[in-house]
Design a protein around this ligand. Structure first.
Ligand code: ZN
Length: 703
């Protein structure tokens, strides 16, 4: 009597796998492996969400295999392992696809041509274009994961939890509104990425001017500063000198005025040594703290204090004084740099570090605002007005023209400006030490990531800019009045409903014992994307003022970092499913600055704990030629073909047996997969064939 089923020595492994997949599906084998361990010790797994907008590639197959192997091993050990698949649905990848699809480009087109409502709804409709591809690949590779009860970052439950996370940080004083200086097109009213800026350099002729800043309490002593952007002079709040640069005070015989400038640059202004006499010499450090009279009255706190009070601008301890700037050189100008904190990255940093205060006079549309006169003038026209103004008042020493390569907008050809735009930050520096400690509790594979790549990154962490001036994302849950003197941060839909009561835009109803919220005008259930909540007004509980939501949306990394809480709808739908921290997560090396990092920031901020106990970091799968895998170069085999030819087992074994599971780069070769079939799977199968044949002949009875 034959006890062992006959084995086909010529078995096709891919075919056998397909049959096995059908068997699993029919018998709900994965689901049972979770259900029948109810009550057993739980092994907690978090799935990092991929963008739903691309097709799965080898990097996903690799990470997906690691995310399958470890939970299966723990399942075999008798533990219960829930595995919920996640999707990253928001952000630029899908916004760019939709801009192309709607044949539009940029902010004006989105807001005026199609409208934010249609734009966002088109994002929603198109974000899952490739979901089916993903399901096929995840299934074919034999990964056990729950894709039916998946989480999506665009679900209301998820987004409400993100609000909760944000509001907790807000309550703890860990988020703040600041500014970020970006290249900006005044015509398109939009910031540009560095990548976009590099596409548009062109020659441009500009005027440079050397301006005289009058030292306070001194009739004829001036500090000289040089600028290529006279339009920024009105927003000047400081002058920066180099600590160790040598400066002189010279008396100009012609004007009888004294000027302060770098010694090495005197020759650029005075050709003839008989025209002046040097009175004093000193290092830049001696100039620190000297007060000067502002060039314009517009932002002079003594002349125009209202601008600070009504616009919410800041006066600083050192407004209109000389400070030390580490970026100051004597390569050009006077060796003294005019600082307008709103209009340059260095300027902004110095302004912040040296307490110079902050003012803005260019609006989003590129026109002047907040000035005593000349408001509503286009920035480059205003440039000439400002220049003539200082010249007529005798406050220029020299005006020159010069040609230089200057960034222009690749869309509309306008010259760009550098400009501070409002941004929201997580105060990472405040919790950095705790993050460093919490990182020590994480078991990293490979171990050197802990104190190496990741540890170093955490130790040098900077505040995290979490806002985007975009559309399809989680809305920042902050409402403000017009001049930003009243502000409210909410953390739930219930709170939005409560504070909206005076305006009656939201209704609360109970349906089958469940509380639901509806928008009054459409009677549709509340969705909290930007195009809905921007229309909702809240009443300030302190002042009774009408508040409007700030326009920004959250960086999608804030959402993926919130997934431990948001994927479970925590704290609104707690049930028993919220488990923190995870026993295990896995992703690629690039996530040391991405998901791993944002998980640690938010876990530390909320619970002072790392949200993961064990992490496996995989390296990058390269093409066989050592280059990045590239669709256009076709330098790698289609995963589908590899599955069909050799089977998923061979591919999985090949990847798991390679240094890529220890964060090393790895060249993928089809021959390598073939080798696994020849050297591992076939010998195993042949051994089994041999065994069954002779076991049946000998009537072997296993005991
Ligand atoms: Zn433009």
């Amino acid at each position: 009597m034959a006890q062992f089923e006959k084995v086909n020595p010529k078995q096709s492994f891919p075919e056998m796998e397909e049959a096995m997949l059908a068997f699993w599906k029919e018998n709900k084998t994965f689901e049972k492996s979770v259900e029948n361990r109810e009550g057993a010790e739980e092994f907690n797994f978090y799935d990092g969400p991929p963008f739903a907008t691309g097709t799965p590639h080898y990097g996903h197959i690799l990470a997906g295999t690691i995310k399958d192997v470890i939970p299966r091993y723990q399942t075999m050990n008798g533990k219960q392992v829930h595995r919920k698949f996640g999707w990253d649905c928001h952000g630029l990848p899908i916004e760019n696809i939709v801009e192309k699809k709607l044949e539009i480009s940029g902010k004006d087109d989105i807001e005026q041509k199609v409208g934010v409502h249609k734009f966002n709804e088109t994002c929603r409709e198109n974000v899952f274009t490739y979901a089916h591809e993903w399901e096929k690949t995840v299934n074919r590779m034999g990964r056990w994961v729950d894709m039916e009860n998946d989480y999506k970052t665009m679900d209301v439950d998820f987004m409400q939890s993100v609000w909760w996370v944000y509001s907790e940080l807000y309550k703890k004083g860990l988020v703040y509104e600041g500014y970020r200086v970006v290249p900006y097109c005044p015509r398109c009213s939009t910031p540009l990425s560095n990548f976009e800026v590099n596409q548009g350099y062109k020659d441009k002729q500009d005027k440079t001017t050397t301006v005289k800043f009058k030292v306070k309490g001194n009739e004829s002593k001036y500090i000289l500063a040089w600028t290529t952007t006279p339009w920024t002079l009105v927003a000047n709040l400081g002058l920066a000198v180099g600590e160790d640069i040598d400066y002189v005070e010279l008396l100009d015989h012609k004007t009888e005025e004294t000027y302060v400038l770098a010694r090495d640059l005197v020759k650029n202004y005075f050709k003839n040594e008989d025209d002046y006499v040097i009175m004093r010499e000193y290092k830049g450090s001696c100039l620190k703290g000297i007060k000067y009279e502002p060039l314009f009255a517009d932002f002079d706190p003594e002349v125009n204090p209202e601008v600070y009070e009504t616009q919410g601008f800041k006066k600083g301890k050192n407004t209109h004084s000389v400070v030390i700037g580490h970026h100051v050189t004597t390569e050009s100008g006077t060796g003294i740099v005019h600082i307008a904190p709103a209009y340059g990255e260095d300027d902004y940093q110095i302004g912040k570090d040296q307490n110079l205060g902050f003012v803005i006079h260019i609006a989003d549309n590129g026109n002047t605002q907040n000035l005593l006169e000349h408001n509503g003038v286009q920035v480059f026209e205003y440039n000439e007005i400002a220049l003539q103004d200082v010249k007529q008042r005798g406050l220029t020493l020299q005006i020159n023209t010069y040609d230089h390569s200057y960034p222009h907008c690749w869309r509309c050809d306008s010259p760009l400006i550098y400009r501070a735009i409002s941004a929201w930050y997580v105060n990472v520096e405040k919790i950095k030490d705790k993050m460093v400690d919490n990182n020590q509790e994480i078991n990293w594979t490979p171990n050197e990531i802990k104190d190496g790549r990741f540890g170093k990154w955490v130790a040098n962490a900077k505040d995290w800019n979490i806002s985007r001036n975009r559309y399809w994302g989680s809305a920042i849950p902050v409402w403000q009045n017009e001049d930003k003197t009243a502000e409210l941060c909410i953390g739930s839909i219930e709170e939005m409903y409560q504070y909206n009561k005076p305006y009656g835009q939201i209704e609360k109803k109970e349906e089958n014992g469940e509380i639901k919220y509806f928008y009054t005008d459409t009677n549709k259930e509340v969705d909290i994307h930007k195009h809905f909540v921007d229309e909702i007004f809240l009443e300030c509980p302190k002042t009774g003022q009408k508040l409007k939501r700030v326009p920004e949306v959250l960086d999608c990394w804030f959402e993926s970092g919130s997934m431990p809480y948001a994927s479970k709808g925590y704290p609104f739908k707690q049930e028993d499913s919220f488990k923190f921290p995870a026993d295990f997560i896995a992703e690629g090396l690039d996530q040391t600055r991405g998901w791993f990092y944002t998980l640690l920031i938010l876990g530390t901020a909320l619970f002072d704990k790392a949200p993961m106990k064990n992490v496996i970091v995989n390296g990058i799968v390269l093409a066989e030629d050592g280059h990045k895998m590239s669709k256009s170069k076709q330098n790698y085999p289609d995963p589908k073909i590899v599955f069909d030819k050799y089977g998923a087992d061979a591919m999985r074994f090949y990847l798991m047996n390679s240094p890529v599971v220890e964060a090393q780069d790895f060249r993928f070769s089809e021959t390598g997969v073939e080798e696994v079939v020849k050297k591992v799977i076939l010998p195993l199968w042949n051994t089994y064939y041999f065994f069954t044949t002779y076991a049946n002949i000998d009537n072997f009875e296993p005991k």
